[in-house]
Design a protein around this ligand. Structure first.
Ligand code: IVH
Length: 677
């Protein structure tokens, strides 16, 4: 038969492409395209070779099982070749497989074992007299790499088999993999260190197993499931695959609990559907199901074709990695101001779901991966994790594609974006005004330890923001009773109460006000130190990073957060508006407060005092005291107002000095000499 020139050219093209991708996958551990695309090309080549057998050369990519081993490890010859599996993608193809098996065995119904097809890498473990003597990768199926030293670091792999009737020689086969959690943790660690992340758990497992330094392998979360036996001392193994799996388990090897014995194509398909539904919930990734004829005598009758057994098949799940076009990169601002780049994609089906957006994690990731708008990208969606862009397919990059410029201003509020050294995420510094952060910011502003606005709960803040009644904390003070009582679940009385609480909150302290601003990493203690050091808000607002760093517990990161916050005109506007609305506090006389006359004192407040307890507490703390909620042997003294109860009794029992409200007021005015040493 004359072979059309076009077909010849296509076959040649497929050879070149498949060889290229084979090299990237097996030798460089750095695949460029998703597995499905490779599989599709390989399938096309197989089909063409079946149609035109003359085109099937001995060096065709269809004639090899994997890649030649890398030179860094010594070679291992597999006495029993490590084959691969043919794939099916539909119920029809599964029925065809079952029919071929039935015809080959001349029987009506076949018993299969259905197992998850783990997405890791195949391994061969050789045990002699129960002892693990060698571990090897599959390599090209006949020659693999000796990775014994690395495999010995994997906790799930027994170094010695235990139990009854352990064979003198047994070569166990299975899959080394990394769980989803392990993978996420490993990549998070890589990102933190600014190192290259792994594209998927399989890559991570392969890369980890083939490291030259096994002490690094030991830190990787590798594990293993066993699913087959290569060579074995005669007469030990049971007569079916399912029984052998039990035997392996009894010798201390790890075998999945997911496998099931099923009947015929129907049984296989039912199992497939059930596991597909649970796929995302499994703790590890699987890319399909493997069906194996259960009886070994039947397996033997069926035998092998060139690359794979006739008695087993892999039924592939929808792929979890696909290519698509990157239409745009948007920057999303989270509730706490963190910026996340999001890829807008040409819609693509990944793992059975249409994906239009995917995360690009952070600035470094975009730069490291050099992802550009207009690129063909690989998108991955696995488990419950949000879809992510794994990489760009560089060979498909269009001319003129430009590097992505990370924004220096917040896309929501135009405030400056800051990125602290060592932190992966950049953040918006417009805390008081940024619409993305509004709700969280106002909730924090109103909270008990900040402005303490009683009756302004989280739900109400959300409602007020959603209905555009308030845009920033400053708008709270212009809320009218009419506006409030019109809100859902808000009666006249609660509206009155809230107006009262807002009025009351206007009288505050400098540390509380600083804390209420919600500057990143400025907690109560830092707010107090700042107030004591500078004495007034104006001084803080104009302080340089250097001056800020002079404050105890303010390091360079916090100083920069404060400085950038202060520099945002929007933030200043909100502060001015708050002050204009009547929010006020007493500035602190720095010369007095710096002395910390109550340092080291542990004070308890109880009973009714002539000022709100929280205010007394703030003031005592600003003088250096620790204010505790309960009396113990460590308590220095107790201030007891009217109607004090059990705390007063306990203080008296323990012989701790007790003072009244009058003395407290005097102490707060600066007469610390009244407090005992
Ligand atoms: S049996 C002769 N069972 O899939 C049959 N393989 O393409 C040998 N795999 O190289 C394989 N889970 O790495 C088998 N439960 C399972 C499997 C499994 C994953 C991998 C294995 C193999 C490839 C076949």
């Amino acid at each position: 038969m004359k072979i059309p020139e076009k077909i010849r050219q296509r076959v040649e093209q497929l050879h070149t492409q498949l060889n290229y991708h084979n090299h990237r996958y097996y030798v460089l551990d750095d695949p460029e395209i998703p597995d499905v695309e490779y599989d599709m090309m390989l399938r096309e080549l197989q089909d063409l070779e079946a149609q035109y057998p003359e085109l099937c050369s001995p060096d065709s990519p269809t004639q090899r099982v994997g890649a030649a081993p890398l030179s860094k490890f010594s070679e291992v010859k597999h006495e029993v070749p490590m084959l691969s599996l043919a794939n099916v993608f539909s119920e029809q193809e599964l029925e065809d497989f079952d029919r071929r098996c039935r015809e080959g065995l001349d029987t009506d119904c076949i018993e299969y074992v259905a197992e998850p097809k783990l997405d890791g890498l195949a391994i061969s473990l050789l045990y002699k007299d129960g002892l693990l003597v060698r571990a090897a990768t599959r390599g090209d199926g006949t020659t693999g790499e000796d990775v014994t030293a690395n495999v010995k670091t994997i906790g799930a792999i027994p170094l010695r088999l235990t139990g009854k009737n352990v064979p003198a020689v047994i070569e166990v086969r299975g899959e080394i993999y990394i769980s989803r959690d392990g993978f996420e943790a490993l990549n998070a660690k890589q990102r933190e260190k600014g190192e290259k992340t792994f594209a998927n758990p399989r890559n991570a497992a392969a890369g980890s197993l083939r490291l030259l330094d096994s002490s690094i392998t030991a830190q990787r979360p590798l594990t293993m499931y066993c699913y087959a036996v290569g060579k074995c001392t005669e007469g030990v193994l049971a007569k079916t695959h399912s029984e052998v799996l039990e035997q392996l388990r009894s010798w201390g090897l790890r075998v999945s609990h997911e496998h099931a014995v099923v009947e015929g194509a129907k049984g296989c398909y039912l199992y497939y559907e059930k596991l597909l539904q649970r796929r995302d919930k499994l703790p590890y990734e699987i890319d399909g199901i493997v069906y194996k004829v259960n009886r070994f005598d039947q397996q033997q009758t069926l035998g092998f074709v060139s690359r794979a057994p006739r008695w087993a098949i892999a039924h592939k799940f929808p792929a979890q990695e696909k290519t698509t076009q990157l239409l745009a990169i948007d920057i999303q601002v989270g509730r706490t101001g963190a910026l996340t780049p999001v890829a807008r994609l040409e819609p693509v089906e990944v793992g059975g779901v249409i994906v239009t957006n995917a995360t690009l994690h952070n600035q470094d990731e975009i730069e490291r991966k050099d992802v550009r708008v207009g690129d063909t990208v690989i998108v991955r969606r696995a488990g419950d994790v949000i879809p992510e862009v794994v990489r760009s397919v560089l060979s498909k990059r269009k001319k003129g594609a430009r590097k992505f410029k990370y924004p220096t201003r917040c896309p929501e509020c135009d405030s400056e974006v800051i990125r602290i050294e060592g932190e992966a995420k950049a953040r918006c510094s417009g805390g008081l005004v940024c619409p993305a952060q509004r709700k969280e910011n106002i909730k924090h502003f109103a909270s008990r330890r900040a402005m303490d606005i009683e009756g302004l709960g989280d739900k109400l803040v959300e409602q007020l923001v959603d209905e555009n009644v308030i845009k920033s904390a400053a708008d709270l003070y212009s809320l009218s009773k009419e506006k409030l009582s019109g809100m859902e679940r808000m009666g006249d009385k609660s509206a009155d109460n809230l107006i009262g609480a807002l009025e009351k909150s206007k009288s505050t302290t400098l540390p509380r006000f600083i804390y209420a601003l919600g500057i990143r990493e400025v907690g109560e203690a830092t707010a107090r130190s700042l107030a004591q050091h500078f004495g007034s808000l104006d001084k803080i607002m104009v302080a340089t990073s250097k001056q800020l760093e002079e404050v105890p517990d303010v390091g360079p990161v916090v100083a920069r957060n404060i400085e950038t916050f202060d520099h945002q005109a929007h933030n200043r506007e909100v502060i001015d508006k708050l002050i204009k609305s009547g929010v006020h506090w007493d500035d602190i006389d720095v010369s007095v407060s710096n002395e910390q006359p109550l340092e080291g004192k542990i004070i308890v407040l109880t009973g009714a005092l002539s000022m709100p307890r929280s205010e007394a507490k703030d003031k005592l703390q600003s003088m250096g005291a620790k204010v505790s909620g309960s009396v113990s042997k460590k308590t220095t003294l107790v201030f007891a107002g009217a109607d004090a109860g059990s705390k007063l009794t306990k203080a008296k029992d323990l012989g701790i000095p007790v003072f009244d409200d009058d003395t407290l007021q005097k102490v707060l005015k600066g007469d610390a000499s009244l407090v005992p040493d």
